[in-house]
Design a protein around this ligand. Structure first.
Ligand code: 13P
Length: 252
């Protein structure tokens, strides 16, 4: 029996107006009423965080941000800080999502600054890592993911490490309908777990490592049954209350 409670989070990416976000949050709340034994979060775009948090107030469903800046405030046009996200009702934040790395110049170094900023604000950072198809085909998966984990978490104390989550999202599986085979996912999750042990000792056994990349209700049970897969970071399937709820139920 794993010492870790499963964790399922829905990354809404750049979808939903405020009204749509409220509606989706209401539907998810209704469908998951009474569901226990699993940690649940939704991660709307910045504009909807406060409205969604309002809808989910006094429920067990947490709200997160998709990114943050490492400074608390200042002349950084277009950026949103950890304290602002907290103020809007967020308790967690994605850091270093592959779409941020691919399209917006996120690096391991900026991800590390953001992880530290999130922790300093009291937000739980979800550090996203994953290889591209070329990296996998070149046999570099564990090297790339290992570097992303080590550099993203550089300088954290064991206590801080204990407040971090990792999401392994192979880039080639995101939004493509291609999912990592269970043995591919388990191999990388186990490798991440051993790096976490090196970094944080026993704390590593409590750190959730989520899998992301075309997780759907039909493939979720096999992925969530793997020993080192502690949950799912869901994109497309989190935009429908029915499919998101089915994935959450598969985690119990
Ligand atoms: P999809 O589930 O749409 O492949 O997205 C995964 C993801 O990037 C979640 O952060």
């Amino acid at each position: 029996m794993s010492p870790r409670r499963k964790f399922v989070a829905g990354n809404w990416k750049m979808h939903t107006t405020i009204a749509e976000g409220r509606e989706l949050a209401r539907a998810i709340r209704a469908q998951l009423e009474g569901v226990e034994g699993v940690r649940i979060a939704v991660i709307p775009p910045f504009t909807s965080v406060a409205a969604v948090a309002e809808v989910l107030r006094s429920s067990r469903i947490e709200v997160g941000g998709q990114d943050l800046h490492w400074e608390e405030k200042g002349a950084f046009t277009g950026e949103v800080s950890g304290p602002m996200l907290r103020d809007a009702g967020a308790s967690l934040v994605l850091v270093g999502h592959s779409e941020r790395r691919q399209y917006f110049g996120e690096t391991d170094e900026s991800a590390n600054r953001k992880v530290r900023a999130a922790l300093a604000t009291g937000l739980s950072p979800v550090l996203c890592v994953g290889e591209t198809l070329a990296e996998r085909d070149g046999g570099r998966t564990l090297e790339v993911v290992g570097r992303q984990v080590r550099e993203g978490l550089a300088g954290l104390t064991p206590d801080e490490l204990g407040r971090v989550c990792i999401a392994y999202e192979p880039v080639w599986a995101i939004g493509t309908g291609r999912t990592a085979a269970p043995e591919q996912a388990q191999e990388v999750h186990a490798a991440v777990r051993s790096i976490l042990r090196e970094l944080g000792g026993n704390v590593a056994d409590a750190i959730p490592i989520l899998y992301g990349g075309s997780v759907k209700p039909d493939n979720a049970p096999a992925l969530l049954a793997l020993p080192d897969v502690d949950g799912a970071l869901v994109g497309g399937a989190s935009l429908k209350a029915s499919s998101f709820s089915a994935i959450v139920r598969a985690a119990i």
